[in-house]
Design a binder for this molecule. Sequence first.
Ligand code: ZN
Ligand code: ZN
Length: 270
Amino acid sequence: MKYKNIIDMHTHTDNSFDGNHSTMYMCENACAKGLRAVAFTDHIEVDFYREKNFDKTAVQSFFDVTKARSAFNGKLVVCAGIELGQPTYDTATAEEIISERDYDFVIGSIHNLRGEEDFWYLDYSKYDIDKLLSEYFDELCTLAAWGKFDTMAHVTYPLRYIVGEHSIPVDMAKYQSKIDEALKLLVENDRALEINTSGLRQKLGRTMPDEDVVKRFKELGGKMVTVGSDAHYAEHLGAGIETGMDIAKRCGFNSVMLFQNRTPVEIPIE
Ligand SMILES: [Zn+2]
Ligand SMILES: [Zn+2]
């Protein structure tokens, strides 16, 4: 491995509806791959919290991570995380979820627009793509302004489907002012930006966000980035993390962040 400390700050176990492997199995694999730390960040979609039993998922996920942390003590740093989807659509519930358990790390995500399905499921022939993306970036601004998470996940997530899966071209310049606004709000609130490496192994072929956005975050005063594979399978643990670290470094970041007890710990890129 190129870098001394590889940490993966975004992963899903089988406690996520789309996850596949147990927390313990994921930890075994992380150790075998030589990772130093893993954050388990199972999905909790705030806008469907009780309706789709995410309240039960949250309990089980936290319990499994606590067990794994003790089983792998001294071998692997295990962070108890959560990926909060759409927290700004119901901030009261989101704040209740965060305060319910002693999380190390909270990821803030937008997977769908209000009242819509996940971008994954949309039939793009039936939508005005420009309108969808404008609304998506507005929601990112609202999320960044709320700011009660540690890192903002996979900025440009809809591109995974629009550009990656459906090969519909998008002119990102149109949304630059909205992206800038979201990044500035992250800076003001002292939050991190995630470099999500899942796009590298998917049709999109690049990180979410890509290097241009990470660079812009730095220019606007951004101080912290996290890197995560968004692994939903044990074999994807750590995938692309070094590429994410390369991007961070090229954009002027000397470290990536690990979070423990909601506090950033600097891990030098070396
Ligand atoms: Zn996500
Ligand atoms: Zn995820």
